[in-house]
Ligand binder design. Sequence first.
Ligand SMILES: [Zn+2]
Length: 332
Amino acid sequence: MRTEFRQDPVTGRWVIVAPDRSSRPNRVERESPGKATVTDSPFAPGNEDQIPPIILELPSRNGLPWQTRVIPNKYPALTPDANTVSTGDGFYRAQPGRGRHEVVIEHPDPAQDLATMAETEVAAVIETYLRRHRALQQTEGGLIPFIFRNHGAQAGASLPHPHSQIVALPEAPPSMRHREAMAHRHYTDEGQCIYCTILERERQAGLRVVEDRGGFLTFVPYAAEVPFEMWIVPTHHAADFGTLLDARQTDLAATLQRALRRLRDGLGNPAYNYALHSASTPDDDTPHLHWYLRIVPRRTVPGGFEWGAGVAINPSSPEDDAAFLREQSVDA
Ligand SMILES: [Zn+2]
């Protein structure tokens, strides 16, 4: 598979060049989420001949043939056997796109979604995230797992069957290093984790809080980039998502599902991305980092200024958005 990291010589930013990904099918434009059928979906039971070998499967429960499956992405951005597209020349820098790119199939039924499935089924998805997160961290060379979900065509989903993805990076990209350096600086200056400070402030103010329940705070961040952006942050300090206790998986699943139901019912099932931001090293004791899950609805397309200047224009107020989200139903 041809895939490589190229580095922008001015900013140091990375780009993954993966030309083989352009041949992947796009079915979301033809089928809206929830409209797919079992026969269509390569991720559905009975269509195993259409997918690569299974890496992990959570076994049958509640009459389902299986709960979740993890498979290699058929069109990976990173792969263990990466070949370079071209080589750097001393000025331009490139390196093979080594890593992993996996798909988490969240449910056997293509018409299900995280917002609609049973809470125990969402908990199975969280358990699958945790097991792959820990396994990838322990891969030779210590990969950095990045777990994310694209929902809807506007968020980049190419198949309607409910799934998330994991890209495991060989080293921390500049954006991750920058975040960790800023958090470290705050810790050195103030003696406290900056995310723990944010939790305290948001709880005190209450203005942007959507929900404070079960060991997680859900809120619209002070400098939200898009309308109805939400962060889910564990209220006890923890740097690495991989340290989440098994007993807390159900609480996280329920919190995530309620946040997604607020979006679905309040905003008419918008496209969204979410991503899990965890420390780049598997370490329980890192005092300055704190993992969190960031949900970004994609109701607008970034314009030229946002893309060119790198400054988001949020056309709504984070405080008003939080008040609206608090009012929404979280029932099934
Ligand atoms: Zn903290």
